[in-house]
Write a protein that binds this ligand. Structure first.
Ligand code: ADP
Length: 177
């Protein structure tokens, strides 16, 4: 995202974020309640570079963001070196351990790989500002929130595609999702 020219279009974060209207929701992890097997399946079924972590599927309040590569390494490590870890072991991003039965398999604790303050904007944030922040902070992605709920994600590549698209349009037009 070179800062050669200013981004002057009046588009909003909601116009650029994924998923697009009608697509399945963002692939997220929950801070507790998922098993090693479920997270491994999500990794195998997607190619995303990272996953937002939310409180629960019912309450998609953002807790943080975890990079795919950190998740892969940590799960491999846990499988190899942490005693008793099995497919049904719970994955925990929480600070405190929820109560668990003594016979339950040991949890894999991953809070240390969680970015607890990922960059966020709202659906109404002007793309002009988003582009500026990506450039100044050197971001790879940012998360899009509405009323405290995680709604979408914008990657650097999404922005580059959007800029290429807008370069072929009337600069004052507003693009709707
Ligand atoms: P890039 O945009 O550099 O290819 P990704 O592979 O992470 O990076 O993302 C590919 C596409 O999927 C992008 O359009 C992005 O907005 C979207 N995306 C990224 N992460 C997620 C996710 N966890 N859930 C849903 N969509 C995502």
């Amino acid at each position: 995202l070179e800062a050669k020219e200013e981004f002057r279009h009046k588009t909003l974060a909601t116009d650029v974020m994924r998923p697009r209207r009608g697509d399945p929701p963002v692939s997220v992890l929950t801070e507790s309640g998922m098993t090693v097997e479920e997270v491994e399946r999500l990794i195998a079924d997607t190619t995303y570079s990272g996953f937002p972590v939310v409180i629960s599927q019912q309450s998609p309040r953002l807790v943080g963001f975890v990079l795919r590569r950190d998740l892969v390494i940590s799960l491999e490590n846990a499988r190899r070196h942490q005693e008793g870890v099995v497919s049904m072991s719970p994955i925990l991003f929480t600070e405190c351990d929820p109560p668990m039965s003594p016979s339950a398999p040991p949890a894999v604790k991953l809070r240390s790989i969680l970015d607890l303050s990922p960059f966020t904007v709202t659906v109404h944030t002007a793309m002009e500002i988003v582009v500026d922040i990506f450039r100044k902070l050197g971001l790879r992605q940012c998360l899009v929130i509405q009323n405290g709920r995680l709604l979408g994600i914008i990657t650097k590549k999404d922005i580059l595609k959007h800029m290429a698209q807008m370069a072929n349009r009337d600069p004052d037009s507003i693009l709707f999702n």
